[in-house]
Design a protein around this ligand. Structure first.
Ligand SMILES: Nc1ncnc2c1ncn2[C@@H]1O[C@H](COP(=O)(O)OP(=O)(O)OP(=O)(O)O)[C@@H](O)[C@H]1O
Length: 306
């Protein structure tokens, strides 16, 4: 039996339309399922908690964007009893990209339902701050990239752009506006006991798989099965050069440029000279001065395309 957690509001309301199409397919194929609609932010965590609290084997299929996937991961009580499937209906869908899953919902449903798939334990990260911790399944950011993501979440323009299937453009608009005001800061980054000092740091992106922000290969060599966190630090670059950097990130060609450093490790600690924005999977995690990162030892299993 499949438990579908559906965010009808993903991609600014398209989630519901997509679910209706998929539900027709489930009925045609005589598939046994239950559907649980999310009714508000964080509700996906609550649903996932309810579905997994009794330690029985459960299959959960997420229909939503990266934010919904983050909420489900954070709600699951006993990760090793859970098999996850994923139908991307968000505006970024980096989780699907990171695991080579189809971006078209009907094709993604096919991966879940057909026997031509395999199931593998996958990495999830955890961010620990002074105020608590949260898990992430794709990526996060500390600094300027988190400012962009937090502003995008509040943007009314995002809704409009999603409606005309250009949701990703919002990040370009906000980048251009916020870059003008952003003040880079000093920071230290410690990876597996080695500490690096950065001046004029813009942001540290941290990832499980290569993708962030709707297809940017921010850490091209990240491997979602290696129990390591990958980091990309951007620092000490003139602001105008940052603009030329972003198109290169889509191709993963930024990593050897001056002002960009990529790292990989089991543990990382980042300390900023002042509190700054944090995002996890595109969702806001407030402002912090320091945080630590690692992969969770307990892994969920994910249905993957052969
Ligand atoms: N019924 C609902 N009404 C309003 N918001 C909801 C509802 N259900 C979930 N949400 C919120 O919707 C937000 C966006 O969801 P999600 O990230 O899945 O889609 P997206 O923003 O379109 O995709 P992406 O993260 O890939 O850009 C999440 O923060 C979630 O908490």
């Amino acid at each position: 039996m499949y438990n579908f957690i559906v965010n009808p509001n993903s991609q600014s309301g398209n989630g519901l339309k997509i679910w209706k199409k998929l539900e027709g397919e489930l009925i045609n194929r005589n598939v046994k399922y239950m559907v649980h609609f999310t009714k508000r932010p964080k509700h996906a965590s609550q649903i996932a908690r309810e579905l997994t609290k009794d330690n029985k084997k459960t299959t959960i299929i997420i229909l939503g964007g990266d934010g919904t996937t983050n909420e489900v991961i954070n709600g699951i009580e006993n990760p090793d009893t859970v098999t996850l499937g994923y139908i991307p209906t968000g505006s970024c869908n980096d989780f699907a990209r990171g695991y080579g899953l189809p971006l078209k919902p009907l094709d993604a449903l096919d991966v879940v339902l057909n026997n031509a798939h395999y199931i593998r334990p996958v990495d999830n990260g955890v961010v620990v701050t002074d105020n608590g911790s949260t898990k992430f399944c794709s990526n996060g950011g500390f600094g300027f990239d988190a400012v962009i993501s937090q502003k995008a979440l509040k943007s009314k323009l995002k809704k409009f752009l999603n409606r005309i299937k250009l949701g990703k453009l919002i990040y370009v608009f906000i980048l251009l506006k916020e870059l003008f005001f952003y003040k880079p800061m000093d920071a230290t980054v410690t990876i597996d006991d080695k500490t690096y000092l950065f001046n004029r740091l813009y942001f540290v992106a941290f990832t499980i798989h290569p993708y962030e922000g709707g297809g940017m290969k921010i850490c091209p060599d990240a491997n979602p099965f290696d129990q390591k966190i990958d980091l990309c630090v951007v620092y000490d670059i003139p602001k105008l050069k940052i603009l030329t950097l972003f198109p290169l990130i889509f191709l993963g060609k930024h990593v050897n440029l001056k002002g960009v450093k990529v790292f990989q490790g089991h543990n990382a600690t980042i300390k900023m000279s002042k509190p700054t924005a944090v995002h996890t999977d595109g969702e806001s995690y407030g402002k912090h001065k320091s945080l630590s990162l690692k992969c969770t030892p307990d892994q969920v299993k994910l249905i993957l395309n052969k």
